[in-house]
Design a protein around this ligand. Structure first.
Ligand code: NAD
Length: 317
């Protein structure tokens, strides 16, 4: 049986990835700073769930003793806005702690594949959407910078020391487990989470900006279902190394998200408030996954309706 370590296993992406690897017959060991949410704590997905920072001595020793075939490194600190107000935890947790992890792997001669959760935030304002991996990265926040710095370090270590690494730049991860076993934590900042929680709780919905240079005036972002991301991680344990976008190449507008959410939830008469555009928000941010698709055949399989339907089921389970 193959063993995978998932850092951030109690989180949104880490939890879904753990479920998928367990289903595919892997021995899954989770590591997370925090105790897992009840639905994961009471599950059989993990042979062990260790509550500690992934760069702590005990967690690193657990990694060494588990002799993992792969490490899916999703643990991170991830909010763009807060990273501008208080950047220290971003550089510390995303860059410095990951440096400690990979140097421990190298120093202890631990041969494993590291799959790193990077972000579309490394691109900043896209040159010409959809973003391609070769585009110049120009992150606009300490969050994006900390992910880019980590990518650069991993790539240098791969070149110099033979570190085995796959880097994924996720675009907007969304949706929930199709059997409602896992999904976003309450209060997530993501637009789909905010809209669906507001619809469930009968709260007002405010969307920022309807005067962008797009067909319906609202921002376009690239949404990838969390199950498609989990599947990409498994493929990445077997494919060639490198840096890959995980996006759809097209994206959906905020207006399309609202319309689909109102239709899926049967609340067509809900009023939407339109707030001002947020300075620095690009009109379109989408990413091409053509490279990863060409190498592996991976394709996102969920459209916007399926993304919103699974998330709505999760919020109403
Ligand atoms: N969700 C998205 O749309 C998205 C998009 C791009 C990139 N990413 C990246 O993907 C990764 C996973 O995102 P997510 O949405 O699942 O986030 P999340 O916040 O739901 O999960 C992250 C988990 O990591 C844990 N964690 C943080 N620091 C840790 C540490 N030092 N040691 C152990 N555990 C730690 C947290 O407790 C949390 O459970 C993050 O690195 C994020 O930056 C996410």
């Amino acid at each position: 049986m193959k063993t995978v370590i998932v850092t951030g296993a109690g989180g949104y992406v880490g939890g879904q990835t753990s479920i998928y690897f367990h289903e595919q017959g892997w021995n899954v060991i989770g590591i997370d700073n925090n105790h897992p949410p009840m639905h994961l704590a009471q599950s059989t997905y993990f042979s062990k769930f260790y509550v500690a920072p992934f760069d702590s001595e005990d967690a690193l020793e657990l990694i060494k003793n588990s002799n993992p075939d792969a490490i899916i490194h999703t643990a991170g600190t991830s909010l763009v806005g807060p990273s501008k107000r208080d950047p220290r935890p971003y550089y510390q947790n995303n860059f410095v702690a990951t440096k400690t992890l990979v140097e421990y792997l190298l120093d202890n001669n631990i041969k494993t594949r590291l799959i790193f959760s990077s972000s579309a935030a490394t691109y900043g304002e896209p040159v010409m959407p959809p973003c391609e991996e070769e585009d110049p990265p120009l992150p606009l926040s300490p969050y994006g910078e900390s992910k880019l710095m980590t990518e650069m370090m991993l790539q240098s270590y791969a070149n110099a020391y033979d570190l085995d690494v796959v880097i994924f730049r996720y675009f907007n991860v969304c949706g929930a487990d199709s059997q409602s076993r896992h999904g976003q934590a309450p209060g997530a900042t993501h637009i789909i989470a905010r809209v669906l929680e507001a619809l469930r709780d009968d709260n007002n919905i405010t969307i920022n900006g309807n005067d962008y240079p797009t067909a319906d005036g609202t921002c376009i972002r690239d949404y990838v279902h969390v199950e498609d991301i989990a599947r990409a991680h498994l493929i990445a344990t077997q494919c060639i190394t490198g840096t890959y976008n995980l996006g759809t190449g097209t994206g959906y507008s905020n207006r399309a998200i609202i319309d689909t959410a109102l239709s899926v939830t049967g609340q067509a008469d809900k009023e939407i408030n339109w707030g001002p555009s947020r300075p620095g928000d690009p009109a379109v941010l989408t990413g091409s996954s053509d490279h990863f698709a060409a190498h592996t055949g991976w394709k996102p399989t969920n459209d916007l309706t399926s993304i919103i339907r699974t998330a709505w089921q999760w919020y109403n389970r």
